[in-house]
Design a protein around this ligand. Structure first.
Ligand code: NAP
Length: 484
């Protein structure tokens, strides 16, 4: 299956923080891939900006390397790379200073789509917004893209929203949650809302429970001091996992329109129950396998920040009351794998005396590795052995659907940047949505801080603390075994 590429309008994209890690690993290689695919018009330009005093020529040279490193070899076309690099420019700019802004104003063209990507620390968002405005670079049609973390609690997220709203309307602000750019995550919406099959049973009456897992094998070494100010709840649950939960739980929007979709997600967040302490397990990885512990990596011997969290979340609305959503995420776990698993209830009465019993149907949406979906169903075991039943997966791997070539599936960042240029906010978080997510998160974090709860230690390479198993066992359920 060959995916259609629809070119976007000609644009000037300014990346603040263009010398940083995110720009090098994701944004610029992603732009190259879209260029190679024919989606970016030849007259478009990408303008890097950061404090480093380098020329456009130096900048192009530094981008050569990340393209070689982060783009699959089969997609490295020297002629296309040269054409892409020719679209790159660079202007030294300090977000807190006045130098460079007039040059940027002269470079950015008035008659093309203008987007400003804030790939810098959130503490600089306000300065950038202010100066873009002051120097007459931003206008009412331009777009700004902001990275996570969007605040560390409701108050700071609200302050950030205010600092952006001082100069830009909500229609101009694109808050990135790259999970929303993943192929499978969008497919979740397609499966739910473009098929009649699941909708009648997509409710507490037929769904026993939902598990959302984001597992990582890496620890926080190298960025432990930063991570220690955040933790798994702020880093993963409040944003990425919350978005996944919303897409599973939301009502069908009246149209696939940015505000209609985000209105429905907001309703889910507002219906989330407060989480009781007994429904939360927090952990910190111990030393092992030749690697240091979380405490060593965070360089904070008294740290109570969690590198793992598991929790049971309820939603109080007609569709979901009584169906728990179990979330878990952690560092230094057995496998780097992320999935959503929707376990349906067993049939109310079995007419078969099957030795192995009747297994529940499970719809699994794999985010990584090997993005795809599987639905397990019970069928008759082939052969003359009588009416014996067995469970088989109906598997839809995107690699298979694309003829085995995953190199053609756009990365989340590629898709999201193209959506910015197209002016489509559907896959970006709205300000009220982010604040509602923090309003739910804050009391949970404040609760464990006030109680002085300490995270449990867990072995590296394990599935997390043993207590997390109990969170499911006491409900008569089990976590799924997550395999890479
Ligand atoms: P980084 O590697 O530390 O890069 C920061 C960038 O900001 C550099 O280009 C730096 O360049 C520039 N910068 C710093 N101070 C500046 C100033 N006063 N004026 C103008 N530019 C300034 O950070 P990063 O990892 O790329 O992350 C960027 C943003 O993306 C952060 O908000 C981060 O939380 C978010 N994010 C990153 C990732 C990731 O995988 N890296 C993932 C999700 C979200 P100079 O030193 O030359 O100024």
């Amino acid at each position: 299956m060959v995916s259609r590429v629809i070119p976007v309008e000609t644009f000037d994209l300014v990346i603040f923080g263009a010398t940083g890690d995110l720009a090098h690993r994701k944004i610029l290689p992603g732009l190259y891939r879209r260029f190679l695919a024919g989606q970016i018009p030849a007259e478009s330009r990408t303008i890097g900006a950061a404090r480093s005093v380098i020329t456009s020529e130096d900048f192009r040279t530094t981008i050569d390397e990340p393209i070689a490193e982060f783009v699959p070899k089969s997609r490295q076309d020297p002629a296309a790379i040269a054409q892409f690099l020719a679209q790159l420019h660079y202007i030294p700019i300090d977000a807190k200073g006045e130098g460079g802004w007039p040059a940027l104003r002269d470079l950015v063209r008035p008659n093309v789509v203008k987007a400003f990507y804030f790939s810098v620390a959130p503490s600089l968002f306000g300065d950038l917004a202010e100066r873009l405005h002051q120097h007459g670079i931003a206008d009412a049609t331009c777009r700004i893209v902001v990275e996570k973390p969007f605040g560390r609690d409701l108050a700071s997220a609200h302050a950030l929203n205010q600092s952006l709203a001082a100069h830009f309307s909500e229609q101009q602000i694109y808050r990135i949650d790259h999970y929303l750019g993943k192929e499978t995550v969008q497919n979740l919406m397609a499966v739910r809302f473009a098929n009649i099959l699941f909708e009648p049973i997509w409710k507490a009456q037929y769904i026993d429970h939902v598990q959302i897992t984001v597992g990582e094998t890496v620890g926080v070494e190298g960025r432990g001091a930063y991570y220690d100010t955040s933790g798994a709840m702020r880093d993963m649950v409040q944003n990425h996992m919350m978005q996944l939960l919303c897409l599973i739980a939301m009502e069908p929007p009246y149209h696939f329109d940015p505000n209609a979709v985000r209105d429905e997600k907001l309703k889910v967040i507002r219906a989330l129950d407060p989480v009781e302490p007994k429904d939360i397990v927090r952990g910190q990885y111990l030393a092992g396998g030749g690697q240091g512990s979380y405490i060593e990596h965070s360089e904070n011997p008294d740290s109570r920040t969690e590198s793992y969290i598991a929790m049971k979340v309820g939603i109080s609305n007609w569709r979901w009351k009584g169906t728990p959503f179990y979330l878990r995420t952690g560092k230094r776990l057995r496998s780097r794998a992320s999935e959503i698993a929707i376990t349906f209830k067993a049939p109310p009465h079995s007419i078969f005396d099957n030795p192995g019993g009747i297994h529940e149907n499970v719809l699994v949406i794999r985010l990584q590795p090997n993005e795809g979906m599987t639905l397990t169903v019970m069928i008759k075991e082939p052969g003359p052995g009588g009416m014996r039943l067995t469970e088989v997966p109906l598997d839809m791997s995107f690699a298979d659907a694309l003829g085995g070539d995953l190199a053609d599936v756009p990365d989340a960042y590629e898709r999201l940047i193209m959506d910015v240029i197209r002016g489509n906010q559907t896959l970006f978080m709205r300000g009220d949505e982010v604040e509602a997510a923090w309003a739910w998160t804050d009391p949970i974090i404040n609760g464990w801080e006030a109680r002085g709860d300490k995270p449990r230690g867990y072995q590296p390479g394990s599935n997390g603390p043993d207590d997390a198993l109990m969170l499911m066992h006491r409900d008569g359920r089990r976590w799924r075994e997550i395999k890479e």
